[in-house]
Design a protein around this ligand. Structure first.
Ligand code: PLP
Length: 375
């Protein structure tokens, strides 16, 4: 039996966004990031859609996700970005995943495990060119390259780094990171490795940092239809614009008529000031519709905006539908995220209400609810 709350992912929006990324990438290959279950859009479904468009590789956080993608028939290289440590090496080698090495200390064990399987493992080295989170420091880079080359069964297929603030078009930081990355990786030529895959750009790099596309770009949020700098990014972008791929819908289960002065829900965070029509929705913080949205969010009914009133509880949310043109009926569709008629509520707008970014909204809604892909 289906939940009242449904996340719907538009395949045509994913395809449209892929094409926009491809155009922006020029000749560079595209590696879609499908971690966090495809930012809430479904890792396997999204990987299949992007693979069909020629994606060169995929990025996941943990080895476990890569193993799942392999089991689903994804044949492209799958880069494991997080947790390439002795515990995960056997799974990585067995599934033919591409380890992203952030610390040379893991190399001897990786070589040993690859030897056990009698297979040469192609790895990518992650350089800390300014992100300050993980990765080999520039001063350690050459030593790390040498270490790989001393060990059997290992091959360097790529070198990457990550931008800390490429979503900020005015920041000087990205040019510095790009410069550090290019200068440091120049040493690869001394080892006959100048042909290996260099990649640095995320969605922000792709759109905003000139010269950062290199051999491959790692697109995440843009593929799902959002700009890394949120609503500002959308406002400043030249058409064709990215199309948000996710909708989150529920429906009205009851409509109540209440007199003025009626306190609503926990703590009576809202009290009616007039004769009111209040729609009851079967959605709450359990479904990722977080409590911080209480008395703050808007939803769409009949293609019109209606305010959430009172506290959002675990499974119930109230909406004031008094001002809608037509009387709301039980069973009618309510859009929490996405388009209905001519109106739209974006993840950027919801993120603004929540004090966060679209990424978090998409992960929350997408990963806590029943999800289907639609055309
Ligand atoms: C998640 C991730 C990306 C994608 O970033 P977006 O801003 O979503 O495009 C790129 N590179 C790395 C290393 C990541 O972890």
């Amino acid at each position: 039996m289906n939940s009242f709350n449904q996340v719907k992912i538009s395949r045509s929006a994913l395809l449209h966004n892929y094409r926009i990324c491809q155009q922006a990438a020029g000749g560079a290959a595209i590696m879609p990031l499908v971690k966090a279950d495809g930012y809430g859009h479904g890792m396997i479904d999204c990987a299949r859609v992007f693979a069909g468009q020629g994606a060169a590789a995929f990025g996941v956080a943990e080895a476990r996700e890569g193993v799942e993608l392999r089991a689903a028939g994804i044949t492209q290289p799958i880069l494991v970005l997080v947790g390439v440590i002795p515990d995960t090496l056997r799974s990585i080698v067995e599934a033919g995943l591409t380890p992203v090495v952030t610390d040379a200390a893991v190399l001897p064990e990786l070589s040993r495990v690859a030897g056990m399987y009698e297979t040469e493992v192609g790895l990518h080295i992650k350089l800390d060119a300014g992100m300050g989170r993980q990765g080999v420091l520039p001063a350690e880079f050459v030593r790390t390259v040498q270490r790989v080359r001393q060990l059997p069964y290992l091959r360097i297929d790529g070198v990457m780094a990550h931008f800390p603030m490429s979503d900020d078009r005015r920041s000087q930081n990205s040019a510095l990171v790009l410069d550090t990355f290019l200068k440091t990786t120049r040493a690869l030529a001394d080892y006959g490795l100048d042909g290996c895959c260099l990649h640095l750009a995320n969605s922000g790099g792709l759109f905003y940092v000139a010269g950062s596309r290199l051999d491959m770009v790692r697109s995440g949020i843009a593929l799902y239809g959002y700009y890394p700098d949120g609503a500002d990014g959308r406002k400043n972008a030249a058409p064709p614009l990215l199309q948000p791929a996710m909708r989150f819908v529920t429906r009205v289960i009851q409509v109540r008529t209440l007199e003025a002065g009626h306190g609503l829900g926990y703590c009576h965070q809202f009290t009616t000031t007039r004769l009111s029509r209040i729609a009851v929705l079967p959605v709450g913080y359990e479904d990722g519709y977080l409590r911080i949205l209480s008395n703050r969010a808007r939803v769409l009914i009949h293609g019109q905006r209606a305010p959430v009133v009172g506290r959002i509880s675990m499974n119930l949310t109230l909406v004031d539908v008094t001002d809608l043109d037509q009387a709301v009926q039980p069973g009618e569709e309510v859009v929490l995220l996405g388009r209905q008629g001519d109106e739209e509520i974006s993840a950027d707008e919801i993120a603004d209400w929540m004090g966060t970014i679209s990424y978090e909204v998409l992960c929350l809604f997408g990963n806590l609810n029943a999800r289907t892909m639609v055309e």
